[in-house]
Design a protein around this ligand. Structure first.
Ligand code: SAH
Length: 368
């Protein structure tokens, strides 16, 4: 069989691996054996799989592969945050970030090469968009990070949480993201608790309903403004799915689910969305929705014209929300010295959206 037609086993979740193995005339339990080798023992070589017969290993060698993204570079922040640039094909690279905390280790994973949405305060948006990541490229980020952490001199750091908050809009790559999350939470693979896997969305309403049918991971929603007019400027997707519809979908997501809460993300932009009046509006808007609010200090990037709200205004904003009875925390900025903080992930994207071209033309028009 030609090299390029090999099945990458990282593209298959347990059910699909079972189909793959039974199709070869093997027993379904081979699927969980394979998951353990790949994910728990971090093995990418069939020859090392000693409980699999020599003849089956030889056949797997011919028909399948375990192909993970290649590390281009690794950077460590003063605060321990680690960022990897991963090459996924000849023209494109993505970024993945590990954030160590005392009680957990969070991996921030990308779901697309660039992003098709054009949120005005996000650096990934400036990169344009190339394509969706495959399941293998999403789960491959965990594989690579996990292996790299194991090989470090201080190897006590493990991935206990995953947030799909890297490059891209995960709910616009629905099937691959859900399949990758199935592998993350599979006991034979990484066995992460569903509560410790979080999908963050800028508000793709129909996909929120589909997500509830498909899995029960945690949901974070990038809200950023209490009213439509402002949200449209920050998150243009709001024109398609305005706040009211978005919040109804959020309510449906938590409905009937004991203890489930939505996390609302709110980036703090000085003079844009951080006034006391906006805090009160936000407080009223979110009444009755089981949720917590995450205030994210804006992380600047070259070419951004926004500024981060002062620590004092963030604190006042938070106080008002707390007085309105809403659990509110300010997200600690991590890894900003290596451009690994929220909204700073850029990678290397061969833009196919013509966005950069459009921006350049605009600049020319403005200056000319
Ligand atoms: N597309 C998804 C996943 C990206 S998550 C989403 O929008 O939710 C990245 C989080 O960081 C989002 O809440 C995003 O709005 C926020 N973010 C983007 N740019 C930022 C910046 N420059 N500073 C701080 N937060 C930012």
């Amino acid at each position: 069989m030609a090299e390029h037609t090999k099945v990458n086993l990282l593209d298959l979740d347990r059910q699909e691996l079972e189909v793959f193995f039974t199709g070869m005339g093997e027993k379904p339990f081979r699927a969980s054996q394979m998951l353990k080798w790949i994910y728990q023992f971090a093995v990418d070589d069939f020859d090392a799989m000693t409980n699999i017969s020599k003849s089956l290993r030889a056949r797997l060698e011919r028909e399948a592969e375990i192909r993970v993204p290649e590390i281009v570079s690794e950077q460590q922040s003063a605060d321990g945050t680690i960022k990897w640039l991963l090459r996924i094909d000849s023209g494109n690279s993505i970024e993945t970030v590990f954030i160590p905390e005392t009680d957990r280790g969070t991996l921030c994973v990308s779901s697309q090469v660039g992003c098709a949405l054009e949120c005005s305060f996000c650096s990934t948006a400036q990169q344009g968009f190339n394509r969706n990541l495959s399941t293998a490229e999403i789960i491959g980020q965990l594989w690579v990070a996990n292996k790299a952490l194991q090989c470090m001199p201080r190897n006590d750091r493990v991935i206990s949480n995953v947030v799909l908050m890297g490059m891209g809009e995960p709910l616009l790559n629905f099937n691959n993201v859900v399949r990758a999350m199935n592998i993350m939470t599979d006991d034979h693979a990484y066995g992460l608790s569903k509560r410790r896997v979080t999908v963050s969305t800028s508000g793709v309403v129909p996909a929120i309903d589909r997500l509830k049918q498909a899995t029960d991971v945690s949901l974070a929603v990038s809200l950023h403004a209490p009213v439509d007019a402002l949200r449209e400027q920050l998150v243009p997707l709001n024109r398609k799915y305005p706040i009211k519809e978005l919040l109804q979908a959020c309510k449906r997501y938590v409905e009937g689910e004991h203890k489930r809460k939505i996390t609302f993300e709110y980036v703090m932009l000085a003079g844009v969305n951080d006034s006391l009046q906006q805090a009160r509006q936000l407080g009223r808007l979110l009444q009755g929705i089981p949720c917590k609010i995450n205030l994210i200090p804006f992380n600047p990037f070259p070419s951004s014209s926004y500024r981060c709200s002062s620590a004092q205004s963030i604190d006042r904003f938070r106080q008002i929300l707390m007085q309105a009875g809403l659990i509110t925390v300010t997200r600690k900025t991590r890894g900003d010295d290596i451009d690994a903080a929220c909204g700073q992930l850029a990678g290397k994207v061969e833009d196919r959206s013509k966005r950069r071209l459009r921006q350049q033309t605009k600049e020319v028009n403005f200056s000319g």
